[in-house]
Design a protein around this ligand. Structure first.
Ligand code: DC
Length: 220
C-alpha cells in the first residue's frame, strides 16, 4: 500500500490541496482533523470542557465514528449523524485542538487511522501522521506557511462565506492553535526528520498545488 502523509499547522491549505491531490492520484483522502473535530463537537454538545481530560475521556465510550467515502468525498458520521459540515466552525477547530491534547483521545483514534492506511492507498493529512500514525509512510510532506500568510488566506475564506472576521483575531487564533498543537506532550505537531518541507508563504494556491504534486510524485 502507498501512503502519503501530509502534516502541518492549521490554515496551511493542507486539506484543500490534499483532497485535490488524492483525487489526481486515485488515492483515498483521509482527513484526520475531522476525527478530532467530531470529538470536539460531541464534547461541546454534551456541555463539557474540551480541555478537561477526565471529562472528555469519560465521553469516549459513547462516541462511534464512521468514515465513509461517498462520491469521492470523505463523510464523517458521529453516532450515525453526518457531521461533515457541522464540524467546520472555528469553535469546533478550537475544541478539536483542545481534545487532541489528551492521550486517551489520540489512542482512541490511532487504530482507525492505521486501519484505513492498511486497506488502501491513502493520502492522510493531520499533525502527527509522519511522526506517529504512519512512521513508515511512502512520502512525508510538511506543508507550512507563515502565520501571517495563513491568516490572510483564512480571512479571505471567512469573508467569502459571509462570516464577519477581523485580521488580528484570525491571526491570534492561528497562533494560539499553533502553540497548542506544537506544545502538547503527546504527538505534538512537528516535522518528521524524513519529511520534505513545502513552504507556501510566498506562492498562490495553484503554484502551491503544483509544487506539492511535483514533490510527492518525485518521491513516491
Ligand atoms: O486540521 P484541522 O484544523 O481540521 O484539525 C483540527 C485540530 O485537530 C487541530 O488543531 C489539531 C488536531 N489534530 C491533531 O492533533 N492531530 C491530527 N492528526 C489532526 C488534527
Amino acid at each position: 500500500m502507498i501512503s502519503v502523509a501530509i502534516d502541518g499547522p492549521s490554515g496551511a491549505g493542507k486539506s484543500s490541496m490534499a483532497k485535490r491531490l488524492a483525487a489526481d492520484l486515485g488515492y483515498t483522502y483521509v482527513d484526520t482533523g475531522a476525527m478530532y473535530r467530531s470529538i470536539g463537537l460531541y464534547t461541546l454538545r454534551q456541555g463539557k470542557d474540551p480541555a478537561d481530560a477526565a471529562a472528555v475521556e469519560a465521553l469516549l465510550p459513547q462516541i462511534h465514528l464512521d468514515i465513509r467515502v461517498e462520491e469521492g468525498t470523505q463523510h464523517i458520521y458521529l453516532n450515525g449523524e453526518d457531521v461533515s459540515e457541522a464540524i467546520r466552525t472555528e469553535e469546533c477547530g478550537m475544541a478539536a485542538s483542545a481534545v487532541a491534547a489528551h492521550p486517551a483521545v489520540r489512542a482512541f483514534l490511532l487504530d482507525t487511522q492505521r486501519d484505513l492506511a492498511a486497506r488502501q492507498d491513502v493520502l492522510m493529512d493531520g499533525r502527527d501522521i509522519g511522526t506517529v500514525v504512519l512512521p513508515h509512510a511512502t512520502v512525508k510532506i510538511f506543508l507550512t506557511a507563515t502565520p501571517e500568510a495563513r491568516a490572510t488566506r483564512r480571512l479571505a475564506e471567512l469573508r467569502q462565506k459571509g462570516q464577519p472576521a477581523e485580521y488580528d483575531k484570525v491571526l491570534a487564533d492561528i497562533r494560539q492553535r499553533d502553540y497548542q498543537d506544537s506544545h502538547r506532550a503527546v504527538a505534538p505537531l512537528r516535522q518528521a526528520e524524513d519529511a520534505i518541507l513545502v513552504d507556501t508563504s510566498e506562492i498562490g494556491i495553484d503554484e502551491s498545488f503544483a509544487l506539492l504534486k511535483k514533490t510527492v510524485l518525485e518521491n513516491i
